[in-house]
Structures are given as C-alpha cells and as structure tokens.
Design a protein around this ligand. Structure first.
Ligand SMILES: [Mn+2]
Length: 254
C-alpha cells in the first residue's frame, strides 16, 4: 500500500502546516504540495514538511513566482516539474504553471505584445508536449500528475493517467471525467473571518479561524486510489462567521 498526503494553497501560512503536521502520524510515502506555497515563508514551511520521513514533492503556483526554480529547500524536497519521482509502484510528475520555468527565460520573444503572446503559447505547447512524452514513457497507468491549475484535455495529452491532483480553487473536489480522476486538494490556508458571538464588532475586532483542508490518498492493487479529504474543522463555538468580508490585519483565534 502507498500512502500520500496531498495539500496546496499554503500562502505563507506556516501555522497551517504545523497544524497539519500535528494532526498526522509520520506514516506517509510522500507529501505532495500542489503549489501556492507562498514566496516568503518557504524555508519554515519545508522545514515542517521535512519532519515527515518521506520525500516532499512540489510544483509552483501563482504565489510562487519569486521562488528560485532550481532552489533546494532541503534534501528530501523535490521540484517535480517535468521530473517524475518514484513513490512505491507509482510515479509522481508535475507541471509548474507556465511562465515560471527557467526555459521560458531563455526564449527569444521580442517586445511586441503579440509576439510575446505567440512565443508564450509556443513555449507552453512545447512544455505540454514534454510532459506528455515523459508520462507516456513512465507507465501512464501508474502516474499521478500534479499541477496548480486543473489540467484540461488530459484525454488527449495524458491518456491512461488515472489521477490528476491540483489546487488553486479553494475547495475540495473529487470528480471522474472520462475515466480520469481529478482531485482538488486545496486549501491548507482557508481563513474564515469571525466576530465574538453576541457582540457588535467593528472591523478592528475581527479575528479568523483556519478551516484548512487537505487529502490523504491510499493506493492498493485491490482498491486503486482511495481519496479521503480531511478538514481542520475548527471550533466555532463563541464565534460567529462574517461572510463576504476579509480583513488582512485580523489575527487568528488561538
Ligand atoms: Mn493559486
């Protein structure tokens, strides 16, 4: 049996990663992060993940543009963009969002917006073709493909791949489309604004609770992939949700 912990959308929230760590035993074969680690607290975040005694596999998302593409965040941390990593009898491979990979920096694209757009599309198509070829060469039926945005047209460029993981849209989702399964593993950082029950609060009194979530995936020959969402499900007693407003200066309820 292979056990994988998958999450995404951390947005520099180190505490959310600590909370996740406190909830889980050290019994995974891999940790997967589907992007949006944040660009500021990366060192601390990967430090917490590495207290799990297994590889930490990640792709970048739109919050990660300031991170070094080939930067090492630790011995067990692996950027899996176009780079498959074996876990048990599975192979985990990823796609970091387009425009972030170093190959793009080397593309001669001119300054005309039309030319840049065309160069970007061509680069994207080439990277997609690479991903497609890599997966095809590594037993696609054993591959898990990880990206930050949900991939489309996978029937065409990733045929036979049973499972795609993604994040970005902050809610758990598990859908099967034409025989391929798409699981939204986000979001570890999901702040819910609250105010003290029965008290008319001004914005300065707003606090937040983190209702983050992630998934635990097990794979066995008999049952294939079993995907279990896990939520922090914080204690709301004494607090009332405030919907539709977000105050970035609010502090977390302890
Ligand atoms: Mn995102």
């Amino acid at each position: 049996m292979t056990r994988i912990l998958a999450c995404s959308d951390i947005h520099n929230n180190v505490k959310a990663v600590q909370q996740l760590r406190a909830r889980e035993a050290n019994d995974f074969d891999a940790v997967i992060v589907a992007g949006d680690i944040g660009s500021e607290k990366t060192g601390e975040i990967f430090e917490v993940f590495q207290t799990f005694d297994c590889p930490v596999l990640y792709v970048f998302g739109n919050w990660d543009r300031r991170l070094g593409y080939r930067e090492s965040f630790g011995e067990r941390c692996h950027h899996i963009h176009l780079s498959p990593y074996p876990v048990g009898d599975l192979s985990i491979v990823g796609e970091t969002i387009d425009g972030l990979d170093p190959d793009w920096d080397g593309v001669d694209r001119g300054d005309d917006p039309g030319a840049i757009a065309a160069a970007r599309q061509l680069h994207f198509d080439r990277q997609r073709a690479k991903l497609s070829a890599i997966v095809a060469a590594h037993r696609p039926e054993r591959a898990i493909v990880v990206s930050h945005y949900r991939l489309t047209r996978t029937q065409t460029f990733l045929p036979g791949v049973p499972l795609c993981l993604f994040g970005h849209i902050h809610r758990f989702e598990d859908v099967t489309y034409r025989g391929q399964r798409f699981v939204n593993v986000s979001a570890l950082d999901k702040k819910v604004m609250v105010e003290k029950k029965g008290q008319r609060a001004t914005p300065g009194d707003y606090r937040y609770l983190n209702d983050g979530s992630y998934v635990v995936i097990t794979h066995t020959e008999r049952e294939g992939f079993v995907v279990e969402p896990r939520r922090f499900d914080p204690e709301f007693s004494g607090w009332e949700r405030i919907d539709g407003i977000f105050h970035s200066s609010a502090t977390e309820v302890e």
